[in-house]
Design a protein around this ligand. Structure first.
Ligand SMILES: [Zn+2]
Length: 348
């Protein structure tokens, strides 16, 4: 058995499939944009902007971020910077959510939001050593009609290589998840891939609804999955990926006291295709490079196990098959190069 140092794990090449654009913003950038757009910040020092201990405080800050994003160029900037930060954390491939539900309430049309994100994405593809695609998340509390509107918008973007899927986020309590089935049907008709935040602060039944009623091919969080044995067996058998965010569940959702008590370890042991993700790395000031050693320590994982988690991210992604193959090959080369550098035996 081979164990790796924190430094080694931080440098593993990674895939990230559950990460929100707005939550990936730099505090200093939000300070700049708030100033430009006449939004008052509750603190003078941007270092203090992202301080929260629960979901409500988190959502207050999230609202300030969304208010500060007004022009297409604001979105271009945060998209580019988010990918720059991801690349620095060893992320080679990311599927990133953007959530227009909040911002359109402040009068910014979704077409302008997308125009900026699209520009940032294309710029990042030119400059950075990371490949990225976007998923439009609708806001569940905004209701089924908003969801259909967002599905129609996402479907209207002709380049399926840039905007590849639709998801749903925000709170689960008091929300009828089956009511979103028509929106997912629209998304499916446009060839969009489908995922949903489910079973985070709500029951495992929301995961079942996401899969059975809404046709979701992937589940975000899925914290409560193991509560339902039959559902777990189906998720394992169909290799439905679950994009888990252990540290986020500790510090934002507060559904578990620490990472060691997170069901991620039990999910992996049960054979679930569960991956590691940061959720909101900017706001949490904790990215995927931080998450890997944290999880390895919490569950006593070997280097092999951590490398497998990284490779499972490739399988869980919606990248084209040839891209997946190329990623597997390049990750294998990087894994061995790192092992050599850290004086460890090469992979079997
Ligand atoms: Zn999320």
């Amino acid at each position: 058995m081979v164990f790796a140092t924190d430094g080694h794990l931080r440098r593993l090449p990674k895939v990230e499939l559950h990460c929100h654009l707005e939550g990936s913003t730099r505090a200093t950038t939000i300070r700049d944009l708030a100033l430009k757009n006449g939004v008052e910040l509750p603190v003078d020092d941007p270092e203090e902007l992202y301080q929260f201990t629960n979901l409500n405080q988190f959502l207050d800050i999230y609202t300030i971020i969304c208010r500060s994003l007004v022009s297409a160029d604001d979105y271009r900037r945060i998209t580019y910077e988010a990918l720059e930060d991801a690349a620095a954390a060893g992320v080679r491939y990311r599927e990133m959510f953007f959530s227009p539900g909040f911002t359109i309430q402040f009068g910014v049309p979704v077409s302008r939001i997308w125009e900026g994100i699209r520009a940032g994405l294309l710029e990042a593809r030119q400059d950075l050593s990371i490949q990225a695609r976007m998923i439009l998340d609708f806001d569940k509390p905004s209701g089924p009609a908003h969801a259909v509107e967002m599905a129609e918008f996402a479907g209207s973007e002709p380049d399926r290589d840039l905007l590849i899927g639709m998801g749903a986020d925000s709170v689960e309590r008091g929300i009828d998840h089956a009511a979103f089935a028509p929106a997912y049907e629209v998304a499916g008709r446009y060839g969009l891939r489908r995922t949903m935040h489910a079973g985070e602060d709500g029951p495992a039944d929301n995961i079942r609804i996401a899969i059975d009623d809404c046709g979701c091919e992937r589940i975000d969080h899925g914290f409560r999955l193991l509560d339902d044995r039959d559902l777990t067996a189906r998720v394992v058998e169909r290799r439905i990926p679950v994009t888990v965010c252990p540290t986020s569940n500790v510090v934002i959702a507060n559904v578990v006291p620490d990472v060691a008590n997170h069901p991620f370890g039990a999910m992996r042991a049960a054979g679930v295709l569960a991956g590691l993700n940061s959720d909101d790395p900017g706001m949490m000031r904790f990215d995927l490079a931080d998450e890997y050693p944290t999880v390895a320590e919490a569950f006593g994982y070997t280097l092999e196990q951590m490398e497998q988690i990284s490779l499972d991210g490739i399988e869980s992604s919606w990248a084209p098959d040839d891209e997946k193959q190329a990623m597997r090959a390049s990750f294998a080369v990087e894994f061995d190069a790192l092992r050599t550098e850290y004086g460890l035996p090469l992979r079997a």
